[in-house]
Design a protein around this ligand. Sequence first.
Ligand SMILES: NC(=O)c1ccc[n+]([C@@H]2O[C@H](COP(=O)([O-])OP(=O)(O)OC[C@H]3O[C@@H](n4cnc5c(N)ncnc54)[C@H](O)[C@@H]3O)[C@@H](O)[C@H]2O)c1
Length: 245
Amino acid sequence: MGAGVSSERKVELVVEQIAWELRRIRDQGGKAVVVAGPVVVHTGGGEHLARLIREGYVHVLLGGNAVAVHDMEQNILGTSLGMDMKRGVSVHGGHRHHLKVINTVRQHGSIAQTVEAGALRGGIMYECVRNDVPFSLAGSIRDDGPLPDTVMDLIQAQADYARLIKGADMILMLSSMLHSIGVGNMTPAGVRLVCVDINPAVVTKLADRGSIESVGVVTDVGLFLSLLATQLGKLNSAYANEVAR
Ligand SMILES: NC(=O)c1ccc[n+]([C@@H]2O[C@H](COP(=O)([O-])OP(=O)(O)OC[C@H]3O[C@@H](n4cnc5c(N)ncnc54)[C@H](O)[C@@H]3O)[C@@H](O)[C@H]2O)c1
């Protein structure tokens, strides 16, 4: 029960701790990096991650083609891999939605240009562009499209990741085994790693690769992000009260 990875633990307590740390990092001008997979969007966590970016808690976003594609699919067409995100049902013809979105972005030239054109008005990628939060999308053999922003030259993608994690105080890894372990392998000792995944084996795998500073949270990532956003909201009002006093 005392180990770094356990599913038998009160998630709220871990989230509270992470919220305090994110708050401290933001207030002290530190650097928090988020690594995210598409499950973040599929589980409804996209709006919460977007809020964290908007409120200045995230300073770099790392991921692959899918997190960006499904985030933009949700914000342009209301679905994530064809599932209506409000009603939780699949939409007729929805299997084509993510390809339509990839083509829309390709027509505009890039994610930033899609935002500038007003064709993307919310979500994780929108907030990154609007708030000048740098992101890198590393390509993989699983990718559809890919998006013009997805870096298919993996040596280049690794170099981008390495440059962007430099000086990080905390790296929050959200439900991407591929990108979390990749980032774990290139992170120097002393950086706080928090890995959120529903599969304890993934969290253990990261810790086994020598990332001794890692904390594992075995839970659903959508619920985790919802709790984290709520917790940060509470911290904000507690802080506001203190300042007003
Ligand atoms: N359409 C596309 O282009 C497309 C689609 C999917 C994946 N990909 C690409 O494939 C690569 C691998 O994708 P990945 O990172 O999604 O896969 P991955 O297998 O590396 O990681 C997914 C992780 O999510 C975890 N998970 C599943 N449900 C969860 C939940 N509810 N809460 C918390 N964790 C949960 C799993 O245990 C797993 O560890 C990426 O580069 C991605 O961009 C592309």
